[in-house]
Design a protein around this ligand. Structure first.
Ligand code: NDP
Ligand code: MG
Length: 381
């Protein structure tokens, strides 16, 4: 049985990962589970999956769980998350945390020699260079869970070392595809949370609406596949059936297709290089009829252009892009700022940034907190 620890087991990816484990009884064993606030859900997961270690955000919740589950090691907070990633007797850690809080646990899991199935894309946006260096040094596998990157990873199987001409990263276009800037000024939180094809956590749903999600994914692809930014092209594929494509030097294009269902890339990461058997809905091409392709309007969805720019400038720019985005998305969700203020403010923050290069983990964490503090001061004004 493959031993898997799940960070962020109460979220959208975390719960789907546990569905896969439940559907494949006898194949996987859950070693660790962690949550933030949804402690009730974690409790029911402990009863079903019997992990050795769990971690929660708050100390009070941890102390209560310790009394309730005396056989389970219960940790809490940031340190607890890092310890869980390193200590659990796991062959693989699925990082399904949202945001920068995922970076240190990812590094701890790698240092401890675990393979990492990575959903937490913010980890690679902010710390791509140090994460990939650690992966190489420790000789572990970093397997993408993000559907586009899983598609690219699958297209590359058997083609290792071949020259890649282009990576075609597909995007649904989100709920505001085709909108003008003017219309984007008036959208509400409720509208932004209504994604046409995918059901996901609130942060990534807003990122999909601003198209920052695609920007983060461009940066994620640069690190995972060691490619130059200018060969990564974003293609809107409205139906979210083609999950991404790789064009090789001979002009051949390999694509991975399927229904928009995150359980497929999660299964692939868990079982790689095998494939699990499942009975999820397949693509009915006759009912579908057509697939539609278009480009992204970069004048309207400026986050995507900013992400490319941050990636090309390098150094601390992607850290700043990510930190500012995390804070502003949260402020938008809380009704404190408008939708369009997300991209306008990120642009200002990037313009004012004095870049740093050759950063270690401490530098990255320091820049990340500087940006968070600065934006919370702006909010108070
Ligand atoms: P969710 O918001 O649904 O889940 C996030 C998880 O992180 C939850 O378990 C949550 O716990 C936990 N968490 C949040 N804050 C804290 C904290 N302060 N301390 C400890 N744990 C915390 O996110 P998603 O599952 O949607 O996304 C997870 C990652 O996967 C993101 O990086 C996202 O970009 C990426 N991704 C997601 C996809 C999707 O379909 N959802 C698709 C592709 C990538 P709790 O809920 O208990 O508070
Ligand atoms: Mg994706």
């Amino acid at each position: 049985m493959k031993k898997i620890g799940i960070l962020g087991s109460t979220g959208s990816i975390g719960t789907q990962a546990l569905d896969i484990i439940k559907m494949n009884q006898g194949r996987f064993r859950v070693t660790a589970l962690t949550c933030g606030k949804r402690v009730d859900l974690l409790e029911s997961q402990i009863l079903k999956f019997h992990p050795d270690i769990v971690c929660v955000e708050q100390e009070a919740d941890a102390l209560r769980l310790r009394r309730q589950f005396p056989k389970t090691e219960v940790l809490w907070g940031k340190e607890g998350l890092k310890q869980t990633a390193a200590q659990a007797d796991s062959e693989m850690i699925l990082n399904a945390l949202v945001g920068m809080r995922g970076l240190e646990p990812t590094l701890k899991a790698i240092d401890a020699g675990r393979d990492v199935a990575l959903a937490n894309k913010e980890t690679l946006v902010a710390g791509g260079a140090i994460v990939m260096r650690a992966v190489e040094e420790r000789g572990v596998r970093l397997i993408p869970v993000d559907s586009e990157h899983s598609a690219i990873f699958q297209a590359l199987q058997g083609n290792e070392g071949q020259k890649i001409r282009r990576i075609l990263l597909t995007a649904s276009g989100g709920p505001f595809r085709g909108y003008t800037l003017d219309r984007l000024e008036r959208v509400t939180v409720e509208q932004a949370l209504r994604h046409p094809n995918w059901s996901m956590g609130s942060k990534i749903t807003i990122d999909s609406a601003t198209m920052m999600n695609k920007g983060l994914e461009v940066i994620e692809a640069r690190w995972l596949f060691d490619v130059e930014p200018d060969i990564i092209n974003v293609v809107v594929q409205r139906e979210s059936i083609i999950h991404s494509m790789v064009e090789f030097a001979d002009g051949s294009i390999m694509a991975q297709l399927g229904m928009p269902d995150m359980r497929v890339p999660i299964s692939y990461a868990f079982a790689y290089p095998d494939r699990l058997v499942n009975h999820f809905e397949g693509v009915d091409f006759f009912q579908l009829g057509q697939l539609h392709f278009e480009s992204v309007d970069l004048q309207v969805f400026r986050c995507l252009g900013m992400a490319y720019e941050a990636l090309k400038l390098g150094g601390s720019y992607p850290v700043v892009l990510n930190a500012a985005n995390e804070v502003l998305v949260q402020q938008f969700l809380e009704g404190k700022i408008s939708f369009i203020a997300i991209q306008n403010t990120i642009e200002k923050v990037l313009e004012q940034h004095m870049p740093r290069y050759d950063m270690d983990l401490d530098d990255i964490l320091e820049i990340d907190s500087e940006i968070r503090e600065r934006l919370s001061v702006w909010e108070q004004r």
